[in-house]
Write a protein that binds this ligand. Structure first.
Ligand code: GCU
Length: 376
């Protein structure tokens, strides 16, 4: 059962402050939030630099009648000064004509194209959302290059410390630079921007929304280990696997928890807690054993304590009970089954039948959920 399983994971209490006090009010939570940000920056992702003073936008291409006339489409180069000189990367934005000033999905993408297998842009525009996207490798290459390429080379002057930022932090920081630009636009609603990503970029979207409170919401699709899944007791990928193969995604300090996960002074619900009380959508796939959907679900349950303390509704577990009654879930364990979706709270979850992927099934549910929440 879910509650027993959570108990057996021996999770550190996200509400317990460093000095022993219990963060049981929004005021204390502001303090606790700072502690958690500091802890995760130091031990897992590395510290990100402050934002640049100004982000310049050059429109490389614009078409006011794209997608058969129903949307405007822009390809924009964002440029800013860094200690190593000017850095820039391109991003794409499509804004539907209807509604006026729509909410935005900002996808941190594996692809430079506005539409691809994982981003059904036209359907999203038809659903009344703008689409923004950039390709993560235009910011920093996804290779163990000794931090010599992309934005990594612009900061730190070649010096690396155990808490210097890893690539996930770099990609997340770049999404915040897109937000800097979106914030200044008057053709979208900057107060309704949702940052999204799949797999390693689902981990990235979480760390982005965790730090940058301008994002109204976050979608983490199949993010698994070091993403939305509880690490302690997880099946599939572990810290030793991820730091062995992709250590450069994190700061060096994170490596010390390989095979010592029980010693971590945090677990992944700490990351998700920084998004509270904003909208958080975690999506899993039933055959994605490397990610471990049950551990992703447990993380949503655990983080809901923070939402509730802040006066918001977390994951709506009544949804599971209702679906169980309708024969929709596996009925006994209290975990959602394939095809279930939990949309009743500020933490949402669905379990798609199938393997590791981000597709139309997922986007249709994201649109339905955020469409309803944003129209309130
Ligand atoms: C690997 C890695 C995962 C990651 C995935 C991806 O499988 O082990 O942690 O999520 O790649 O990004 O596709």
């Amino acid at each position: 059962m879910v509650t027993d399983d959570l108990g057996s994971r021996n999770l550190p209490d996200v509400l317990r402050m460093d000095d022993g006090r219990y963060a049981d009010s929004p005021e204390l939570w502001r303090e606790r939030r700072k502690e958690i940000l500091e802890l995760l920056s130091r031990e897992m992702y590395g510290f990100s630099p402050p934002p640049p003073e100004e982000v310049r936008a050059d429109v490389l291409f614009g078409d006011e009648k794209a997608f058969g006339g129903k949307a405007a489409y822009y390809n924009i180069r964002l440029g800013f000064d860094t200690p190593g000189g000017e850095f820039s990367f391109p991003f794409s934005l499509a804004v539907p004509k209807d509604p006026v000033c729509p909410p935005v999905f900002l996808l941190i993408s594996f692809s430079p194209h506005i539409a691809d297998m994982c981003l059904p842009a036209e359907e999203i525009l038809d659903g009344g959302f703008a689409v923004a996207t950039f390709c993560y490798s235009d910011v920093a290459p996804d290779t163990d290059d000794g931090f010599s390429g992309g934005i990594a080379a612009m900061y730190g002057n070649g010096r690396r410390d155990p808490d210097s930022w890893g690539k996930i932090a770099m990609w997340a920081w770049a999404a915040s630079r897109v937000m800097d630009h979106l914030w200044s636009r008057n053709d979208i609603d900057p107060g309704k921007v949702v940052v999204a990503g799949h797999s390693r970029l689902g981990k990235t979207a979480l760390w982005c929304a965790a730090q940058d409170e301008r994002f109204a919401g976050c979608i983490s699709n199949d993010s698994g280990c070091s993403g939305a899944a509880i690490t302690r007791g997880k099946k599939g990928e572990h810290v030793s696997n991820i730091t062995g193969a992709f250590g450069y995604w994190f700061c060096d300090n994170y490596r010390k928890y390989a095979d010592r996960e029980d010693e971590m002074p945090f677990d992944q619900h700490f990351v998700l807690s920084l998004i509270a009380p904003r909208l958080l959508y975690v999506a899993s796939a039933s055959e994605d054993e490397w990610c471990d959907p049950q551990s992703e679900y447990l993380c949503c349950v655990e983080v809901s304590r923070v939402y509730e303390m802040l006066g918001a509704k977390g994951l709506s577990r009544e949804d599971v009970r209702a679906q169980t009654a309708a024969g929709g879930t596996d009925g006994v364990s209290g975990y959602p089954g394939p095809g279930d979706e939990l949309h009743g709270g500020s933490v949402a979850y669905h379990l798609r039948r199938g393997t590791h992927f981000l597709g139309r099934y997922d986007w249709n549910r994201f649109m339905r959920y955020f469409g309803k929440r944003f129209s309130r």
